[in-house]
Design a protein around this ligand. Structure first.
Ligand code: NAD
Ligand code: TDX
Length: 335
């Protein structure tokens, strides 16, 4: 099977490439990636000789058309993915997340190629801390940030192209991923690399916000399950019942790294900060028989810390610029 992976030099996309080559050796992979600040060829170390790498923009219709024409399957990970950046400058989010998806949809429509769309639980907005309900496939869309609204818009484009043009597409909306090769702007890698650098972790506000953590390999196995068994036109939520509040995560990172669990700073909160995400993945589990394989969040976090300790050469080049960017907008409020 010829697979076009967009965003394959990013966090989840590169882990998808590694996992696919390890578990489905017949797959012929082409990666299309613009190598923005978030993409790194080093994330494909060890497999670059087994994939065709194309540096380019998903929002370039001609480039995309040629690549889609030669594929049996497109898995679309490429996106501007960081909420904080979208508050700073929404323009690349609109361009990549909306126009990039549009270019791919038109190409898969022309060439009748199977398409899987990677999206996020953030399209549903947020939940109250004490709400017993979780997000389901029927939860109304209610995105909060420029990032999540452009992802929501891209999902709606996919649904319309299925209904109006009969493209063969599926959508998945996953909760927060963690694992190796995640950019150091994101919550968990930022704190791990701060501690390695002797800098105190930075918690937004009081840290009561809850995220539903899933290991990136569990996400990517779920994507393959949907590609292989999912119903065309359907949306599947992906999550592994991993709800943890941010304060607990920061304290756990510090504890696992041998530090005082209270040695962190409270910094300026994110504007419009979503309170809680929680996924009900019943459709994926009962209809398609998927189940997460990774162990506890604590074990997964310990393994992730180990990865960052052993792979400083991977993250060091992006650390200084990331912290310089945060320093412009975030102040320490309390220790
Ligand atoms: P990432 O920022 O680590 O990687 C994004 C990749 O896309 C980078 O390699 C970047 O170079 C590439 N890219 C950006 N703009 C591009 C363009 N115009 N053309 C081609 N390539 C471009 O993001 P990630 O965390 O790996 O997220 C991947 C996908 O998964 C996104 O669609 C995101 O919305 C979704 N998602 C992420 C999470 C999460 O927790 N990280 C959870 C659910 C869904
Ligand atoms: O330094 C920090 N301190 C902090 O308290 C950072 C960077 C984040 N946070 C908080 C904000 C969130 O409540 O941690 C939580 C997680 O933050 P992010 O890693 O930025 O993730 P989030 O905004 O939840 O979005 C992530 O999951 C859904 C991904 O970045 C998205 O791409 C995905 O769609």
């Amino acid at each position: 099977m010829k697979v076009l992976v967009t965003g394959g030099a990013g966090f989840i996309g590169s882990n998808f490439v590694h996992l696919t080559l390890a578990t489905r050796p017949d797959a012929e992979i082409t990666v299309l990636d613009k190598l923005t600040y978030a993409g790194s060829l080093a994330s494909l170390d060890g497999v670059l000789d087994r994939v065709r790498f194309v540096e380019g923009d998903v929002a370039d219709p001609e480039l995309v058309d040629g690549l889609v024409a030669g594929a049996d399957l497109v898995v679309h990970f490429a996106a501007e993915s960081h909420n904080d950046n979208s508050l700073d400058d929404p323009a690349p989010f609109v361009r990549t997340n909306l126009l990039g998806t549009f270019a791919l949809l038109e190409a898969v429509r022309r060439h009748d190629v199977r398409y899987h769309h990677i999206s996020t639980d953030e399209v549903y907005g947020d939940l109250e801390l004490d709400d017993p309900k979780k997000f389901t496939e029927d939860t109304p869309y209610n995105p909060s940030s420029p990032y999540s609204s452009t992802k929501a818009g891209s999902d709606l484009l996919v649904r319309a192209w299925v209904r109006s043009f009969g493209i063969r597409a599926t959508i998945s909306n996953c909760s927060n991923n963690y694992g190796p090769r995640q950019h150091v702007e994101k919550f968990i890698p930022r704190q791990i690399t701060n501690v390695i650098d002797g800098v105190r972790p930075k918690l937004y506000g009081a840290g009561l916000n809850v995220r539903d953590w899933i290991h990136v390999d569990d996400h990517n196995e779920a994507v393959w399950t949907i590609v292989e068994q999912g119903r065309i036109g359907e949306t599947y939520l992906i999550g592994a019942d991993g709800e943890v509040d941010n304060l607990t995560v920061v304290r756990l990172v510090l504890e696992l790294m041998g530090q005082d669990p209270d040695a962190f700073d409270h910094v300026t909160d994110r504007a419009g900060h979503d309170l809680r995400y929680a996924i009900e993945a019943g459709r994926l589990r009962t209809e398609l028989g998927w189940t997460p394989r990774y162990g506890t969040f604590r074990d997964g976090l310990a393994a992730t810390i180990e990865w960052y300790r052993e792979n400083e050469a991977w993250w060091r080049p992006m650390k200084e610029a990331t912290e310089a960017r945060y320093a412009r907008t975030q102040q320490v409020l309390a220790r």
